[in-house]
Design a protein around this ligand. Structure first.
Ligand code: GLP
Length: 240
């Protein structure tokens, strides 16, 4: 069963999440942190930046592993997750660039890239704390409904609803790539601890589904019920 932390609003959700992350870092300086993109964790990243500036929490010995990346966007594209992470977090903290890992969405051979990414995570000793958001259809990372729970890092075709949901950040929906590379469900479940964030009424149906329905590959986030250490931090609108 999940530990659920109810936050009043987006800011307090972000603050609670930041406290958890910072606590973990204090416990273990060389933690492997699993990171997510999307609007949801932006507030968390802002809190981490603030704390870094004010309290000097250091990221020098930390390694980060991101969940996913679009296929076909290079790092100069502001919608690539590589540039998102730089813009929203990495440029403001003292993490060495070579400690930050994101699947390469412009690799010549995406299948080999997926294999490389799995090996890399293994070499790092696995993810200690994984941050997750949730899609309206229950996707985690870019694992769309129907993804096998035994999946490892792999190439996915994005659902139109996902492309629509993410199109707000692009000029038009046609510019949203139709494929992505993502850590699989089984790779995600190997993280020692998972922190799922959800905010706003648009996520309420997904959270309700997650809390009330059975485990099913048709709702990828339900796989988290198979994990022993998952905390959901959600604001009141997402928990309605
Ligand atoms: C995106 C990302 C996910 C993210 C989800 C929700 O497609 N690949 O990692 O959790 O959609 O995004 P948001 O937080 O913007 O609602």
């Amino acid at each position: 069963s999940f530990t659920i932390m109810k936050a009043e609003d987006y800011n307090s959700m972000s603050l609670l999440a930041a406290k958890k992350v910072i606590e973990k870092i204090k416990e273990q300086q060389n933690i492997v942190l699993g990171l997510a993109t999307g609007s949801t964790p932006e507030g968390l990243y802002r809190e981490l930046i603030d704390d870094h500036k004010q309290n000097g929490t250091s990221y020098r010995n930390i390694k980060t592993v991101n969940l996913d990346e679009y296929i076909g966007l290079d790092k100069t594209n502001r919608n690539s997750y590589k540039s998102f992470m730089y813009e929203k977090l990495f440029q403001y903290i003292d993490i060495p660039p070579e400690h930050t890992h994101i699947p390469n969405g412009i690799a010549d051979d995406p299948v080999r890239e997926a294999e490389r990414y799995d090996k890399l995570i293994e070499q790092l000793g696995g993810v200690d704390l994984q941050i997750l958001g949730i899609g309206h259809n229950g996707h985690i990372g870019f694992n769309e409904p129907g993804t096998s729970f035994s999946s490892r890092t792999h190439i996915v075709k994005l659902e139109n609803s996902t492309r629509m949901a993410n199109s707000r950040l692009f000029n038009k929906v046609d510019e949203v790539p139709s494929q992505a590379i993502t850590m699989g469900i089984s790779s995600i479940l190997e993280s020692k601890e998972i922190l799922l964030l959800a905010s706003g009424s648009a996520k309420a149906p997904a959270i309700k589904h997650l809390l009330s329905e059975d485990v099913s590959e048709n709702f990828p986030a339900s796989a988290l019920k198979l994990h022993k250490n998952v905390t959901i931090i959600a604001d009141s609108a997402a928990l309605k």
